[in-house]
Structures are given as structure tokens and as C-alpha cells.
Design a protein around this ligand. Sequence first.
Ligand code: AMP
Length: 303
Amino acid sequence: MRIIHSVKQMQNFSQRAHQAGKTIGFVPTMGALHAGHASLLRKCQQENDISVLSIFVNPAQFGPNEDFHKYPRPVKKDVLLAKKEKVDIILNPSVDQMYPGAEMPSLKNKAKKAFQPGLRPTGYLTSVHLGEITERLCGKSRPGHFDGVATVVAKLLNIVSPDTLYLGEKDAQQVVVLKRMIQDLNFSVNVKVCPTIRELNGLALSSRNQYLTDEQRRQSSVLYQALQMARKAIKAGERSAAKIERMMAAHIRRVKPTAIEYIHCVHPQTLSPMKALTGTILIVLAVKIGNARLIDNITVTLR
Ligand code: AMP
């Protein structure tokens, strides 16, 4: 396994790999790897000659009051997990490699200011903007977040030139946004979406679960329970999105969450809200428990 920090070196590596007729699979992450990431890496390794993992905590997708500085960065542990999953290349660029001129002040510096959407670093100007689908759901409380995600993934695709990109179903809106960007900007890459890996109690694995206390972690199982209750009710004939959403909220409120940000039944491609449930329904939620903002979703198909 090789760790590459330089964008140019990564591009040269990929170019040589393609010239040698090898396929490249790519798993972009922000690190703090867990079994959810590992499942993507395993699939990537099995299906490609070369598997590339990127670890980059992308400042452009964090809001001013979000957890950019607090976000866990357990580099050594991540390297061990990557080795175990037979990753060939870890791409771990600095902020300045990705956004030249937007040098991050030292994390130890109290006066630091995260690179924010809207900030214009001297060597970097471009951003990918998708409009409405990025403004719904998580986009409402995280303005600029998905433009930051789309921009960094567009850059990473140009840097890694993968044949296949592996994404997790857990981040449903991210999948919709990135698939749309890939289509609209004619990126030549296949997208594979991998199922959500969960703890035994149903809580979707996330790097941010580290912010939960043991008690909150137990309480967080209400999210998946609510999604399963919704599935059962829809399968039993309930067709009112409002009723399903109310039932889910009532179940989640039992653990006194800090906030229920949203619970919605939406169209899986447009993410627009459904009133009468029909066809394939994406049920999505974002709930704050303690200090952790948790998201989850399931898809229910009516035949
Ligand atoms: P992140 O490091 O959180 O940006 O996630 C990197 C990739 O891993 C994204 O495609 C996520 O959707 C995916 N991922 C995160 N958590 C899980 C999970 N519990 N199961 C499957 N994939 C996941």
C-alpha cells in the first residue's frame, strides 16, 4: 500500500495504471474509517485491479458553526483498516493541495477560521452548484454543503480518474447529487451504491457516532426502528406520507432528541416530497441526539 499526498503524483499514477490496462476503483471518504467504509473498500478491491481510498476532511462542505475542527482524524487507525482491506493507494492530500492558496491555519491556532463556502482562496475559484436538489432536506440546514461535496468529488474524479466510484446508500441525498453531477458534467465513471452497514441495534455506522455517549447510542436505535415501522405501515396499506411522518416523529420523540430536523417521504430521484405514497419511496430523516446530527434512510417499493 502506498500513501500519496500530492495531486500530481496521483494523476501520474492513474495515468500509468490506465496505460497498463488496469481498472481503478475509488472510495472517497473523510477518514475515521469504520465497518461502513470497509464494506465499500472490500467491494472496490474485489471488483478492480487497483483500489484507491481518499481521506480528506473537506473544509468546503462544512458550515461556519459545524464540526470541521472537531471531526475525528485517527490517521494511524485508518491506515491499518485500509491495509486490512487491501487498499492499493491512500490519497491523503492537504487542504492546500486541493484548494491552492487556501492554506489552513494550524489546527492548534485559536484564531483559526475554517475554509468556508464563500471564501475565495487566491489559487482556487471554481465550484459546482446543482441548485434545487441541494437545497432540500440536509441542504436546508447546511447551505452550501452539497456544493462543497460536489466540488470536491468532481476534483477527486479528475485526480483519480476511476472506472468505478463507490458510494454509501446511507448518504442518500449525496448519492442523488453526485449521480446528477456525473451525468450533467459527463464524467466517465460508473457509480456503485453500497448498502448501509448498521450496529446491532440498527444505528447506521457513522464517523459522527463518536460524539454519542453510550446512553445516546442506545437511544439512537429509535431512528432505524421508526424507519422499519414506516415500512411496515406502508406495506400494510398506509398511503398518507403525513401520517407516516407523524408516526415516526412520535416514536423518535420518546427518547427526547435535541431536535428532529426532518422526516420525509420523498421521490428517490428528485427528492421532492410525496403526499400520497406510490411507486418507490425514499424515507429520509435527520435527527440530532445529544451533539450528534444523525441521518438515515430506507427505500420502500410498492408493487
Ligand atoms: P464519509 O467519510 O462519511 O464522507 O463517508 C464516505 C463514504 O462512506 C460515503 O459514500 C458514505 O455514504 C459511506 N458510508 C458512510 N457510512 C456508511 C455506512 N454506515 N454504511 C455504508 N456506507 C457508509
